[in-house]
Design a binder for this molecule. Structure first.
Ligand SMILES: C[S@@+](CC[C@H](N)C(=O)[O-])C[C@H]1O[C@@H](n2cnc3c(N)ncnc32)[C@H](O)[C@@H]1O
Length: 257
């Protein structure tokens, strides 16, 4: 089994060092136009002047948004991820600051701060997540918007006594394959996403990433602590209704005047 951090990776890049960043922009999946375009459509619609992406990554969303003429800044922990933004269409217009979104401040008052692709869960303490909301509010002008996209924990698929939910089991045709599963601690709201990949020669890798889940109502309370109120909660980027069967949400809070 290999470690998640390979030779040449900088520990300061956290869970997204060079060896991860190198494959992050692979075509398909979260990079497919049918995934990216609806996100950029909504953000362009909400933007009313400068916007800021927390955890901007490789610019998967920020670059195409900037390419539409929206002025975009970003905060990102991993230099390896951020290094890829400028080479994308629109990416050279994105102003990136390396830092932690719980504390890092950039100059300006923004119309919209957004944090997508489950990344609020990468902050693994409640205090840290509250700090993300506080920091978002500190960057917003009065009436400005904070948007979060995050999946709901799959707790409804956990029978009593079980703590693990597989999300993909894909044996390869010859041998080896891939197994992905989440493991939950419902007492602490900590969970891990686990990725086991085995090649046909039997060699494998195991990548385990820590997260913290929070129910939408807990996020609403964090927003209230930070001086914001809920404006919208959708089930997805198509602005569909959030229901008991929703598996994720796109939530938007407004900074109180
Ligand atoms: C799943 S990627 C999402 C990147 C980008 N937002 C996207 O949608 O493709 C998560 C990113 O969050 C960054 N990240 C995690 N914790 C962070 C923190 N506390 N402050 C800033 N960036 C952080 C990681 O380095 C990584 O680039």
């Amino acid at each position: 089994m290999t470690k998640y951090r390979n030779a040449g990776d900088d520990p300061a890049d956290g869970w997204f060092p060079e060896s991860v960043a190198a494959g992050y922009d692979a075509p398909g999946g979260a990079n497919a136009p049918e995934v990216v375009t609806p996100v950029v459509d909504v953000l362009e619609d909400l933007a009313d002047g400068v916007v800021l992406e927390f955890a901007v990554g490789t610019g998967r969303i920020a670059a195409p948004l900037a390419a539409r003429g929206v002025p975009v800044s970003g905060i990102e922990l991993s230099r390896a991820m951020a290094a890829r933004i400028a080479s994308k269409p629109g990416g050279d217009a994105v102003e990136v600051t390396i830092g932690d979104m719980t504390t890092t401040r950039v100059a300006g008052r923004f119309s919209l701060v957004y944090l997508v692709f489950n990344t609020i869960s990468n902050v693994t303490t409640q205090d840290g997540q509250v700090d993300v909301f506080r920091n978002a509010a500190a960057h917003l002008r009065s009436g400005g918007l904070f948007l979060v996209e995050v999946s709901l924990p799959d707790l409804r698929r956990l029978p009593p006594g079980q703590d693990t939910v597989p999300f993909e089991v894909a044996p390869a045709a010859d041998s080896g394959g891939y197994v992905g599963f989440d493991q939950y601690d419902v007492v602490t709201q900590q969970f891990t996403s686990n990725h086991v990949t085995v090649s046909p020669d039997g060699k494998g890798s195991f990548r385990r990433i820590p997260f913290r889940y929070a129910w939408p109502s807990e996020l609403d309370l964090m927003a209230r602590i930070a001086g914001m109120s809920l404006k919208h909660r959708w089930a997805d980027w198509d602005r569909s209704e959030f229901t008991a069967d929703s598996t994720k949400h796109v939530s938007i809070w407004g900074k109180n005047r």
